[in-house]
Design a protein around this ligand. Structure first.
Ligand SMILES: [Zn+2]
Length: 401
């Protein structure tokens, strides 16, 4: 049994004694002691003060120590960015948000990331060596394995740019990059649906995309483009030209700009998602009807998805999600009609509870998932062993570089 297996026994946060860990794992106490020694030196496990003395020697309890290392989560949107520092349980310690145009290019945007992460560490009184990893979301297609954006439509200068390489000039830690919808799916799950293993998160804003979590794992597909729902064909869009050059795309009739355009064509003044949402909230019947129709169009594609992968939750986020029940009603109408009863019996269709913080929470969760993975715990353990007794290993170094 590896160090990571012993760590997994403590990952639920429940304090346990060495004897209990030996019983749970079936390992000899001497083996448990050496594994625990490594975890104590990494800081991932710490003595737990809650032991109650029964008259003799107090029981020596050990527990997960979420404050041992910190990670940074960064959510880069089209026109704004959020960065946060989180402990290893995913609790956000500090957060910054700024208006930032992604089209200004990687030097400008990643320069902001470096400054803000350094500021957040300083504000929290944490050393750079306590930073274990950085998770980041970008508003375009990302090849997760290399951390590079590939042909991103709204990100001039970012195509195939080495994002991890740039950030690692300032912070010598693993940098995990993913697209914005994938990190939103992770964030929603982490913050509000920790027991939901099969979840589809749909972002409906300027475009439409999905983050798919199946069997507890984010599904990126072969090239990282899984969940690109915006350009799936729907019947009502047959004659409509999409910005991608094709006709018939979901996005061309159901994304924020398309709904606003439909309203303008019927004489209602609406420039984008924000106006559409405001009109729906004010009870404008034409806006309510337009959003409900966008929901039906989304439902047409989601019904196929429900039949294919059988999620237990569909969560709608992005700017048009603020239209709330009008959008959900259209989605439910078609999904329940077009999917198998067994698949929809326990299917929840809701708006995001994490809201605009889903991305930054998910970016931190992406980083935490990396540093607490068995491979990295064991690699870190090996580095501690190499460092010898009393040797100190920086979190980022221990975590895998
Ligand atoms: Zn398209």
């Amino acid at each position: 049994m590896r160090t990571s297996d012993v760590f997994e026994l403590l990952r639920d946060g429940q304090p346990r004694t060495r004897a209990q860990l030996a019983d749970l794992s079936g390992l000899a106490r001497s083996t448990i002691a050496s594994r625990i020694d490594v975890l104590l030196r990494l800081g991932l496990v710490a003595p737990y003060g809650g032991g109650v003395s029964t008259g003799g020697r107090p029981p020596s309890l050990l527990a997960l120590n979420p404050g041992a290392w910190v990670v940074a989560g960064v959510d880069i949107g089209a026109s704004h960015a959020t960065a946060a520092l989180s402990d290893l349980s995913g609790t956000i310690l500090a957060e910054r948000r700024a208006d930032l145009d992604v089209a200004l290019g990687p030097d400008h945007v990643l320069g902001w990331v470096e400054r803000v992460v350094a500021d957040l560490l300083a504000d929290q009184g944490r050393e750079v060596g306590e930073l274990a990893a950085i998770g980041m979301g970008l508003p375009g297609p990302v090849e997760h394995s290399s951390g590079r954006a590939i042909n991103p439509p709204i990100m001039p200068g970012w195509d195939e740019y080495d994002v991890p390489g740039h950030v690692q000039r300032a912070f010598d830690v693993p940098v995990l990059v993913d697209n914005d919808v994938n990190i939103m799916a992770l964030g929603e799950q982490h913050a509000h649906l920790p027991d939901t293993a099969d979840l589809v998160f749909i972002k409906v804003s300027t475009g439409i995309g999905a983050g798919l979590i199946s069997g507890g794992q984010l599904q990126r597909g072969a090239q990282g483009t899984a969940g690109d729902l915006g350009h799936v064909a729907v019947a009502r869009a047959a004659e409509v030209l999409c910005r991608c050059g094709n006709q018939g795309c979901l996005e061309a009739v159901a994304a924020g700009p398309a709904v606003a355009r439909a309203l303008r064509e019927s004489g209602v003044d609406a420039a984008g998602s924000a106006d559409v949402v405001a009109l729906v909230r004010s009870g404008d019947p034409r806006a309510v009807q337009a959003v409900r129709q966008a929901g039906r169009d989304l439902g047409e594609v989601l019904a196929t998805l429900v039949n294919m992968i059988n999620p237990s939750a569909i969560v709608i986020g992005g700017s048009l999600a603020d239209a709330g029940e009008s959008l959900l009603a259209g989605i439910r109408e078609v999904v329940y009609q077009r999917s198998l009863p067994l698949a929809t019996q326990h299917l929840a269709v809701t708006t995001s509870r994490a809201g605009e913080r889903a991305g930054v929470i998910g970016a931190a969760a992406l980083a935490i998932g990396h540093v607490l993975s068995p491979e990295h715990i064991d690699r870190a353990g090996a580095r501690v062993a190499e460092a010898g007794a009393g040797g100190v290993v920086a979190a980022g170094v221990a975590a895998g570089l």
